[in-house]
Write a new protein. Structure first.
Lengths: 277, 277
């Protein structure tokens, strides 16, 4: 069962017009929200970010927070999985003819929920690989937009290289991963690119910073280079569905001799507590 | 009547799954091809460019040139308009679940044709206005992709300012317009940004260069700045549907004292001959 424009329907019945501006122009925004033990995790933070994305592309939010929560809860409760990943997409709506500019339309609203299996600490502790690439995306990566072709091509590159993520750099500074935020730890200081137009202000990113503080780690929101990664003590990526993942190999070169660091373990444990609050 | 995945159907019956990667990710490419007097204009050039776009994002072209031409001709002949604008979109296809990376899927193919009314020389001779803006798009603007949110926002800005186009600069060099290529004429030399990753290699761009050569104008494919525009003799934009349009005001400041230049007239005339060949 999925939600489309006011109705809960079977997924294979969920269709949209070819004149939907999401289809024609990637003219929409989205959110991915985890639910643990049947409870939506950090709904306010995700719905606040959705509002920012909508504002940035001049779409009026069709629903109140409460209405969103009701829809999300109905999907969560309908599923038999205790942990789920909610996907929510809003496009500008169906146009009468294809033209780049827009008039006020009725937004298209699509929501689905899928089972979410988080990796265990043991699975994560073996470490993961990534590759680096130049950040060719647009300059408004703070908007969680559905114009995602660059991210699709990165994800395919990651698959081809059998790695977890592509870590991006712009002007020699690491921005973020293709579908994650990026952190390095050096001498008990955690570095991550500051929020702004070049990265998505991740909900999990904030929780990583909160968790790291709880582990007595100093936070420094400043950018760093690819070289800094190779001399770092730990490298992590974060996203709502992958949580906090230790990367121990980048471009086939080991980070911290290829071993998962101790601080990651502390941050991971704290994050698990936040999830189960 | 439109074409969707093998069938000619009514436009209001043309629907796709929410799992279409065009809808979820802007994971597709497109072409806009004019037809004059019922004859498709430069079909080979457009289909060659389509092939390049498809290759760039790793979608196998589902049809041969001949098959494409047959579909396009059928739509052109079905319409009562002598001049038409064909729109052709291919997305990676419908996925079973939302994930950034992709497997081989059956592409979604959508084609429609709409009446095209070209502006007359008299209408064009009054000149048009544009505004300039920083180019925030991704770094693969040579791919005619449907991830077009940046272009949508520019088009809306143009509408808000009641101008024809937004002319973009990157690192202080003019790249192109949000939906056009850009040219300046100075001392009988025509300048336009060289092809490459930062601009779309326009079919009409090539025809403008051909037409300018026929008017004894020297061509220089090199980039120029915003300042160069204000000291230029003529400023034009080109696209398949707008052809060659003289811009006489940029950011509310006149170009060539706000008058359409003489060379534009020659190039316009030559282009009309190409259309009717």
């Amino acid at each position: 069962m999925v939600y489309l424009n006011g109705d809960f329907i079977a997924k294979d019945k969920a269709s949209i017009s070819v004149m939907d501006r999401g289809f024609l122009f990637g003219d929409g925004v989205y959110e991915v929200i985890p639910a643990y033990n049947g409870k939506i995790f950090r709904p306010t933070e995700h719905l606040d970010r959705l509002q920012k994305s909508l504002d940035s592309i001049q779409i009026t939010n069709p629903y109140s927070h409460n209405k969103w929560i009701n829809i999300l809860n109905k999907l969560v409760n309908h599923s038999s999985s205790t942990n789920q990943s909610l996907y929510l997409q809003i496009t500008r709506g169906t146009d009468t003819k294809r033209k780049h500019n827009f008039d006020a339309l009725t937004p298209t609203i699509y929501v689905e929920s899928n089972p979410l299996t988080s990796k265990t600490k043991q699975e994560l502790s073996k470490g993961f690989s990534a590759i680096s690439a130049q950040d060719i995306r647009w300059s408004r990566c703070d908007i969680k937009a559905t114009s995602l072709l660059a991210n699709v091509l990165y994800a395919q590159d990651a698959k081809k290289h059998n790695v977890e993520e592509v870590i991006l750099y712009r002007d020699n500074q690491i921005t973020e991963g293709a579908t994650s935020n990026v952190f390095i730890l050096k001498n008990n200081i955690l570095y991550t690119h500051p929020t702004g137009a070049n990265i998505l202000s991740g909900i999990t990113r904030d929780l990583v910073l909160e968790s790291a503080s709880a582990c007595s780690i100093q936070i420094q929101e400043s950018s760093f280079s690819l070289d800094n990664i190779f001399t770092s003590d730990e490298l992590w990526i974060s996203s709502s569905t992958r949580e906090i993942m230790p990367i121990t190999k980048l471009d086939n070169k080991p980070i911290n001799q290829g071993k998962v660091g101790a601080i990651w373990g502390c941050v991971f444990e704290y994050y698990q507590r936040l999830k189960n609050d």
